[in-house]
Each structure stands twice: as structure tokens, then as C-alpha cells.
Design a protein around this ligand. Structure first.
Ligand SMILES: [Ca+2]
Ligand SMILES: [Ca+2]
Ligand SMILES: [Ca+2]
Ligand SMILES: [Ca+2]
Length: 465
């Protein structure tokens, strides 16, 4: 018994030592080999020029990491990739692409496959909002602060008075989903889809999509949007952390093509999302929707760069910049924008039913979608006509760095120009001093005061008269 006890002890000790050695030397990633793989990445993959730098940098940190890869195809289809042993998790319907999940070895196989034109990192799209920490977290009371300033700025309130409120127009919101059960978003919700989880409920956990939708179509029970009677569709293509896959954005746009092709109406697609590199298939579906008569609007971006993000950057998409209440273009707003809209401290409705103030070209974008819905509710226009209409339907903004081609959208001008109406929009209170007549009158009054005070020595100025 004693001998066998010793043996067991030795066996246990040996086993323990083996585990220790395994834990110390074997189970840990062999870090020393990583530079070799990185070297290989540089020489083979970079040379091929087929790989998105974002994907490369993700895989050079950990070549074993499994990443969703967006594969642009030319001359072959997704089924042929499958025949080569690659597992396809998604493929295009209108555009020719496949989504493959895999590691560096998979990538290597992909780039040596004929017909693969480029491989992108799929999960690279972000909701175009300013850091959430900048969002005012405390709900505000509508009576205390003006929750309508943005509607007044673009004169949507004046258009509403003429009973033009977006009736029958259809806006698609591609975002993080929308809480369409809120009293301000429940009456004109048509349908939706969740491309992240593949179900029919585009539930909004992150909150960004609900905020964007409320600006465009909020019904006005507690929060009013630009086109409170417009109908909307919520397509969830960004996940519960506010980012998404290009394949889900493209799938959402392909869903729109299907919807139109089956005889349904879509007037405008609003996309408060983007990135600085996108697969060409994104442009292909945007261009196809444009050709089908759909107006596309997208956020220019919030990194203050010279150019707009994709998809806003495409010719088929209206890029929207953000401005504040005093018509200054926001410093974070990206350049090459077509028009501008309120996007600094804008009141937004969150999924919890409270109103917050938010910043970002994300929140500017649905203002433009809303104004175009006001027009589309009265008259069907083409995307080409929308570009032309906006050109002559803006107010001047302060844009020292030339980020915006035209100015802040003006709903009264848009409706008047499109429908040949003569709605009176009025001016901003601070616009009045820009008028030459007013400047002359103010100047004459001042002069009169000075003359009376100094030359006539009336002693008391104007009041004693
Ligand atoms: Ca309602
Ligand atoms: Ca869902
Ligand atoms: Ca554009
Ligand atoms: Ca139209």
C-alpha cells in the first residue's frame, strides 16, 4: 500500500509538472513566431494589392483571429468559391460578392483564387455620430428648452402650417433599428428587417436609429420630426454597439431594390453611417437605386476631414454636413458635402421615449430626408431633380473652410420651388441685420441720434423728447 501510495504521488506530481510545462510553453501562443507570419503577410498579401489595409492590420495583430471578410468577385460567383472549400456565410443578390469568415490562412487562399478582385474587412461601418459621451444624458423638459429649434431653422414648421406634412411619402432608415412602438413612431411604421440577427424585428438597442428616425418622421405627440406624416421602413444593418458589416448595409440596399421591384414605393433612403473605404459593390447598389428613382442621403462624416465618407461620397448620394443654430458649419463635419442641416445640439427622441440633444452629421442627414419627403408627398421627383432642387433651396451658412457646396436646407424654398408655391418662410431674426434697407435705416437712426446729442445739444438724447 505504501509503495503504491508513493507511485500515485509521483504520478500526480509528474502530471502536475506536465500541465505546468504545457501551460507555460505550449498553450500560450508562440509569440516568437508572429513576426514571421507578419513578414509573410507583407510579402505575399500586400504584394497582391487585393487586401483592404483594415483587414491586414486586424490580421497582423492575430493571424489566427477569425474575421468576416467581404469578397468582391469578378467573373465567378459565390457558388464557385464554395466549391473550392470556402464556407460562404452570405452572398449578393444584385451585386457580386461573398462573405467568408476565416483567418489569415483563409485570406491567403482567397487572394490566390481567380475571380477574387479584392478582400475587405466586412465589419468596418460606423454610425456617424459624435462620441456618445457628448450626448446630453439628462432628459430635458420640452417646456424648459426649445425642442423645435431645428424645425424652425429649416422652416419645416411653416410648411406644416400649409398642411404639407409628408403624407404618403416613404423614407427608409438604414441604421441600428428603430423603436417603432414609441407613440411618436408607431402610426406610420410600414415594415422592417433586422439584417444583423436575420429576423423581422429591427429592434434598436443602441438608440442611434430611433434618434435619426424621430428627426425625419416623429409624429409630434411629444416630439415632432420634419415630415410627421411620412411613412417609414426601418432596416437594422448596424449592431447593438453602433457599427456594422458592409455586407449588411448592401443587403439592406438590395432589400430596397427587391421592395421596389415588387411594386412598392420608396422615395428616400437615409443613411447616417459610413466609412472611409468601401467595396465597389456599395456604389453599385447605390447607383442602381438612383437609377430606379430613389433619392439617397447620407452623413458626410464626423472626423472633420476634407472628403465625405462612403456612401455619402458617391455622386448618386447626397452628402449632408452639420451646422449649429447660428448657421456655423460644425468643426467635426467632413468636407465635400452637398448641403447642410442642423447637427449640433439637435433634439432627438431616444428609444426610452425621452428627448436628448445630440451632435453629428448623423442627425443632420434625416433633416434632408424629411424635407425631401415633404416635397415627395406632393410631387414625385427624381433623384436628379432632388439635387437640382436642393441647389436652389438653401440658406447661406458660415463655412470658412468650404466644406459645403450649398447652404442649410430650407423647407419653404424647397416646397415653393418644387410645387411652384409662394409660402412665406420669413427670415431668421439674425438675418434681418443683413438686409441693406435695414442697415440704412439703422445707420440713419444712429446718425440722427449722434447729430441730436452732439450738435443740437439737446442734453437728454431721444428719451426726453
Ligand atoms: Ca402615434
Ligand atoms: Ca431583431
Ligand atoms: Ca455625394
Ligand atoms: Ca421620387
Amino acid at each position: 500500500m505504501e509503495e503504491s501510495g508513493k507511485l500515485i504521488l509521483i504520478a500526480v506530481a509528474a502530471f502536475g509538472l506536465a500541465i505546468f510545462i504545457y501551460a507555460a510553453y505550449i498553450s500560450d501562443p508562440p509569440l516568437i513566431k508572429l513576426p514571421n507570419i507578419q513578414e509573410k503577410l507583407k510579402t505575399e498579401v500586400e504584394k497582391s494589392q487585393k487586401v483592404d489595409p483594415k483587414l491586414l492590420s486586424t490580421l497582423s495583430v492575430d493571424p489566427k483571429k477569425r474575421v468576416r471578410m467581404f469578397v468582391s468577385l469578378e467573373g465567378i460567383n459565390a457558388t464557385e468559391l464554395e466549391k473550392q472549400g470556402l464556407k460562404i456565410i452570405k452572398k449578393g443578390k444584385y451585386a457580386n460578392y461573398a462573405v467568408v469568415e476565416g483567418d489569415y490562412t483563409t485570406l491567403n487562399k482567397l487572394i490566390s483564387t481567380q475571380g477574387v478582385s479584392k478582400v475587405y474587412k466586412d465589419g468596418a461601418v460606423k454610425a456617424v455620430e459624435v462620441d456618445l459621451s457628448q450626448l446630453e444624458k439628462i432628459p430635458i423638459k420640452p417646456v424648459v428648452q426649445d425642442v423645435d429649434w431645428n424645425l424652425e431653422a429649416i422652416k419645416a414648421d411653416v410648411v406644416h402650417q400649409s398642411n404639407i406634412t409628408g403624407r404618403n411619402a416613404v423614407i427608409v432608415i438604414i441604421d441600428t433599428g428603430v423603436n417603432h412602438n414609441l407613440p411618436d413612431l408607431n402610426d406610420h411604421y410600414l415594415t422592417g428587417y433586422d439584417f444583423v440577427h436575420n429576423d423581422n424585428e429591427p429592434d434598436d438597442v443602441y438608440g442611434h436609429g430611433t434618434k435619426c428616425a424621430s428627426i425625419a418622421v416623429g409624429e409630434g405627440e411629444t416630439y415632432k420630426g420634419v415630415a410627421p406624416s411620412a411613412s417609414y421602413i426601418a432596416l437594422k444593418a448596424l449592431n447593438d454597439e453602433g457599427w456594422g458589416n458592409w455586407s449588411d448595409i448592401i443587403a439592406a440596399l438590395e432589400w430596397c431594390l427587391d421592395y421596389i421591384n415588387s411594386g412598392h414605393r420608396i422615395d428616400i433612403i437615409s443613411m447616417s453611417l459610413g466609412a472611409d473605404l468601401a467595396p465597389p459593390e456599395l456604389q453599385q447598389v447605390c447607383d442602381e437605386l438612383y437609377a430606379k428613382g430613389v433619392i439617397l442621403v447620407a452623413a458626410s462624416g464626423n472626423d472633420g476631414g476634407d472628403v465625405s465618407l462612403y456612401p455619402a461620397r458617391y455622386d448618386s448620394v447626397i452628402s449632408v454636413a452639420a451646422n449649429d443654430i447660428l448657421l456655423n458649419v460644425a468643426s467635426f463635419s467632413n468636407g465635400e458635402a452637398y448641403v447642410s442641416a442642423p447637427g449640433v445640439q439637435v433634439p432627438v427622441l431616444a428609444p426610452d421615449g425621452n428627448i436628448y440633444f445630440g451632435d453629428g452629421t448623423s442627425f443632420a442627414t434625416p433633416h434632408v430626408a424629411g424635407v425631401l419627403a415633404l416635397v415627395e408627398s406632393e410631387k414625385d421627383i427624381t433623384p436628379q431633380q432632388a439635387f437640382e432642387l436642393l441647389k436652389i433651396s438653401t440658406d447661406e451658412i458660415n463655412d470658412p473652410n468650404n466644406k459645403v457646396e450649398y447652404g442649410q436646407i430650407d423647407a419653404v424654398k424647397a416646397v415653393n420651388n418644387a410645387l411652384d408655391l409662394d409660402l412665406k418662410g420669413g427670415e431668421h431674426w439674425y438675418d434681418i441685420i443683413k438686409e441693406p434697407q435695414i442697415q440704412i435705416v439703422v445707420g440713419l437712426l444712429l446718425l440722427a441720434g449722434i447729430i441730436k446729442f452732439y450738435i443740437l445739444k439737446g442734453g437728454g438724447g431721444l428719451i426726453e423728447d
